[in-house]
Write a protein that binds this ligand. Structure first.
Ligand SMILES: Nc1ncnc2c1ncn2[C@@H]1O[C@H](COP(=O)(O)OP(=O)(O)OP(=O)(O)O)[C@@H](O)[C@H]1O
Ligand SMILES: [Mg+2]
Length: 311
């Protein structure tokens, strides 16, 4: 379907859209979101591969209603399996396959640069319309790089102070990781250093102030930097919502990030708190299949439409 929506590679080969789901904190619903967005997309007729990159805590298979897969990313990273395609396990859901994370304590932070690059390079080569990546918690450099490499980076937050705090920490980490990449791209390390030093005497310490300082020193480079920073795009989901005030947290994170970091966060929707979630987890059945009439299913459908730009 809608082939025009997808980029094509050099040989006219279709490249999948990669959506990564992350979040600063554990247990906020990343796997729930990855699993159910995958299911929604596959029910719409798209070929979908869900990848569990929560290395060390892999459990996406359970959210998708499959047992522990025989082959996991550990086998690929260790070279026992030569291609990622060799890890693909079918699920009971039509059009949806899974690449499972490590079952040992490998951990994302322990993934070496070369291994990370190997996986990164292959993400866009997977034979699918969509590749959904469940990233696991934390802000390790590896996690950030997978998040940044995706076409859509989706951040899940709970309406709780600790989760909100971790979300800002995650956004800040993404910002500085990107800044480092842009710094290398534009070769402006000395300029950044100069602005950092100048900052000591100025009161404002928001990143937007810092960029303003750079524009003051070197308008051309400063504007290029600002332009690159404005390309940082994040999508935000507020999970376990119980009130309008909970929903509003999404809008406030959005406006604070615009003001403080100068970056656009798109609030793509919320998910109601719903007992159907743990009931389906207990049954090891995907939520969308077990409770097709729950409010959450409606939440997910709206979110997908938003992500696909249908509304
Ligand atoms: N909208 C919701 N309504 C009710 N319970 C929810 C909801 N979202 C998540 N939960 C509960 O939170 C638990 C954790 O969700 P999930 O495993 O998706 O989080 P996670 O961010 O992937 O966690 P981890 O960081 O451990 O991988 C679920 O098993 C479920 O019990
Ligand atoms: Mg998880």
């Amino acid at each position: 379907m809608h082939n025009d929506m997808f980029g094509t590679g050099p040989e006219g080969k279709k490249r999948p859209k990669v959506w990564a789901v992350g979040g600063g904190k554990g247990g906020v619903g990343k796997s729930l979101v990855s699993a159910n967005l995958s299911i929604c997309l596959s029910l719409m007729g798209n070929k979908v591969t869900a990848i569990d990159l929560d290395l060390g805590g892999a459990n996406l298979h359970t959210c998708l209603g499959v047992g522990v897969p025989e082959k996991t990313l550990s086998d690929y990273v260790e070279g026992k399996i030569s291609s990622m395609e060799g890890l693909v396990t079918p699920t009971k859901i039509k059009n949806l396959s899974l690449i499972s994370g490590a079952q040992d304590a490998m951990g994302m932070a322990n993934l070496r640069q070369m291994q990370k690059n190997k996986i990164l390079a292959n993400l866009h080569e997977i034979d699918s319309d969509f590749v959904l990546v469940d990233l696991g918690a934390g802000t390790s450099v590896n996690t950030l790089d997978f998040f940044i490499a995706a076409d859509n980076g989706i951040l899940v937050v709970l309406p709780e102070p600790t989760s909100i705090e971790n979300t800002y920490r995650f956004i800040k980490a993404i910002y500085f990781r990107r800044l480092k990449m842009i710094e290398e791209l534009l070769e402006i390390q000395p300029l950044i250093e100069q602005a950092m030093n100048a900052k000591i005497s100025s009161p404002g310490n928001a990143p937007t102030e810092f960029v303003r300082k750079i524009i003051e020193i070197n308008p051309e480079m400063g504007m290029r930097l600002k332009n690159e920073i404005s390309k940082i795009r994040l999508k935000l989901v507020v999970n376990q919502v119980r009130s309008q005030a909970d929903i509003d947290i999404g809008f406030s994170i959005q406006s604070i990030c615009k003001r403080y970091f100068g970056i656009e966060i798109e609030f793509i929707g919320y998910l109601d708190y719903d007992a159907a979630v743990w009931q389906s987890v207990k049954k090891r059945r995907p939520l969308l299949m077990e409770f097709p009439n729950s409010r959450l299913v409606n939440n997910f459908e709206k979110m997908i439409q938003r992500l696909l730009g249908i509304r």
